[in-house]
Design a protein. Structure first.
Length: 630
């Protein structure tokens, strides 16, 4: 039964009650009204009615003229008491309410818990309410900014100076360009003066130089959009119908030449994921998103969808302790990210960032003892398969380290001491080319360390000795590959790259055609072999986007073209007698075909555009290039 409330009798005067002051209730006038020289309502109030509604005198009549002219504040809105500030000196007991801004999010403010004021805040994000986290006081949109990091980049001149100031070894293509300019008697090329203008024009355009952020996969601005798992699940549901075509596109294009994922363990988990998406492991989900991203770019070339999948993968990887507790899934995901940076965003700066990322990958792999080639005692099929899978992953990591170190001129992240000196027993046989390649890595690492040494460069006799050894390794490995042309091409490019940097210092010598003939001819042969691979990738025109693999070797192709131009520019070289020699005619035709192929992709990247201008400028230095142009 509800309790009936008895209305309380109001004993204070109307003026003291309005101003919320203590009233002494003296009649016929309280002390405060007497001091203010106003009429007190206590002297005229009916004794039978104590409410304000029965008063015969208006409240404004009890105030002086200066106060009566002011608008009467409403009791239910304390913020309107500002109108009484002019009379605050006369009313020392007046208490004003201060309006404080609500800095916490709505949910934390309601629960009365501490909020870190992020968007979404950590409490909402960890409890699954990140999508609905909102603030009252914020006027901006609740979402990540659409501005890309390139919009706040430095001045073009400072960007170029910072790139040139980095230490580069003799394996970098700038060594060839410097020798070529000296051979042509040029102090510089026109394209070098135009590079700052190219960068300024690119800044004013709508597209960025790099599709994937240079700091990917660390703290990319667009990854904040997928901090909530609801956003990741929504993204996956949008691509569910096309997911199988993306996976097939990845397997056909990348897995045959770069087997990063373990398909026997990965593919069964895909079907299980669609049955229960919320039960998936976060590390596996990150690798799954990267496979979808690479497959999406291979099949559709949709840049927006590719970048979204990459950012979602970064957000999922960030939820795992991969920095302190790395596992195989995290390492595979990071390798997929290296592959995405080289394929989707092929620039010189991207390859430099891959070197930094590979440092983390290498240390994580070494921390898991992947570099120790321990054959398991249990020779069961499942155990051997798992061992081969881990060794293939380690071989891919070293492959990326050697590739990035040779084309960027950065120090090699692995050394010959990291590989075991005890090979597998003779009764253990494997036909996996990537596992077999591990046996060649110690020699390759030793060669690169000698080439990049600051103290003592290898002599010509040592170079010839290393050349014979690398040739033997290359012939043995490539001879064991059958029916896999794309893998054979990838490994052939790998060994050609090693031979090219091995002979570079002697092949660039002015007297190379006479004094260092082996280096001269091997340098020309390897450069032409790389260009032929580049031309074959483009001319196949297959529906599986095979030409996309050419981006992985873009800087190798640039270095090979500059090296061939240097050979053709030398007047005392065996190839300098004119177009009557068939090899020279074939070389010039191959060069021009590769330049035409390069020109088709200049709209993809500013780096491609600058490279094309550089190649055209170098080709114009050749005396007989006009014949082919006509």
């Amino acid at each position: 039964m509800p309790v009936r409330r008895v209305k309380r009798e109001i004993r204070t005067c109307s003026r003291c009650r309005l101003l919320k002051l203590q009233c002494d209730q003296s009649k016929p006038s309280c002390q405060r009204c007497t001091k203010a020289s106003v009429t007190c309502s206590l002297g005229v109030r009916s004794p039978t009615n104590g409410s304000d509604s029965g008063s015969s005198i208006s409240i404004t009549d009890t105030l002086p003229q200066s106060e009566a002219e002011l608008p009467l504040p409403s009791i239910s809105h304390p913020e309107r008491q500002v109108s009484l500030e002019s009379n605050s000196e006369k009313q020392p007991g007046l208490v004003k309410n201060r309006q404080r801004a609500q800095l916490s999010c709505i949910r934390c403010h309601r629960l009365k818990v501490k909020c870190d004021k992020e968007l979404p805040c950590s409490r909402c994000r960890m409890s699954g309410w990140g999508k609905s986290c909102a603030y009252h006081h914020r006027a901006e949109k609740t979402g990540p900014s659409n501005a890309s990091p390139q919009q706040v980049a430095k001045d073009p001149d400072s960007v170029i100076d910072a790139w040139h100031s980095q230490r580069r070894s003799a394996t970098h293509w700038t060594e060839v360009l410097s020798t070529l300019k000296l051979q042509a008697g040029r102090s510089g090329l026109q394209v070098c003066d135009l590079i700052p203008d190219f960068i300024r024009q690119q800044k004013l355009g709508a597209q960025d130089d790099s599709l994937v952020p240079e700091n990917f996969p660390f703290n990319s601005p667009a990854a904040a959009k997928f901090a909530s798992m609801d956003a990741v699940q929504d993204l996956l549901q949008r691509h569910r119908e096309s997911s199988q075509s993306y996976i097939d596109g990845y397997l056909v294009l990348y897995q045959t030449s770069h087997p990063i994922i373990d398909t026997s363990a990965f593919l069964p988990l895909v079907e299980a994921f669609w049955n229960d998406p919320k039960a998936a492991d976060m590390a596996w989900l990150a690798s799954f998103l990267m496979v979808l991203a690479l497959g999406c770019f291979a099949v559709t070339r949709d840049q927006h969808a590719t970048i979204e999948l990459c950012m979602a993968a970064e957000a999922c990887l960030g939820k795992t302790p991969f920095m302190v507790q790395p596992d195989m899934l995290a390492i595979r995901t990071l390798c997929l990210m290296v592959l995405a940076k080289q394929t989707v965003s092929t620039t010189c700066r991207t390859f430099d960032s891959c070197w930094t990322l590979l440092g983390i990958v290498t240390r994580a792999a070494v921390g898991m003892d992947l570099h120790k080639q321990r054959v398991p005692l249990d020779q069961s099929r499942e155990v051997i398969r798992a061992w081969q899978s881990s060794q293939t992953l380690w071989s891919m990591i070293v492959y990326f380290c050697v590739q990035v170190a040779t084309i960027t001129g950065k120090p090699l992240l692995v050394s010959a001491d990291m590989f075991t000196k005890h090979p597998p027993p003779s009764n253990f046989q494997t036909n996996d080319p990537w596992v077999m390649l591990i046996r060649a890595y110690p020699s390759i690492c030793h060669i690169i360390s000698r080439i990049t040494s600051d103290s003592e460069k290898p002599l010509y006799n040592e170079v010839v000795k290393h050349n014979d050894h690398v040739r033997q390794l290359m012939d043995a490995l490539l001879g064991s590959i059958h029916g896999k042309p794309r893998l054979c091409m990838t490994l052939d490019m790998f060994f050609r790259r090693i031979l090219l940097v091995l002979h570079r210092s002697h092949a660039l010598h002015p007297a190379a055609p006479l004094e260092y003939q082996i280096s001269y001819w091997v340098s020309l042969e390897c450069s032409l072999a790389i260009l032929v691979h580049h031309r074959d990738l483009e001319e196949q025109n297959r529906p599986d986007n095979t030409n996309l693999l050419g981006r992985l070797f873009k800087l190798d192709i640039l270095s090979a073209m500059l090296t061939v131009c240097l050979h053709l520019l030398r007047r005392e070289a065996p190839l300098s007698t004119g177009l009557t020699i068939p090899p020279r005619r074939i070389i010039l035709s191959t060069l021009q075909a590769c330049v035409v192929i390069w020109e088709k992709e200049i709209h993809y990247s500013l780096c491609f555009k600058i490279g094309h201008f550089l190649l055209v400028s170098v080709l114009k230095l050749l005396p007989d290039i006009d014949f082919l142009e006509n």
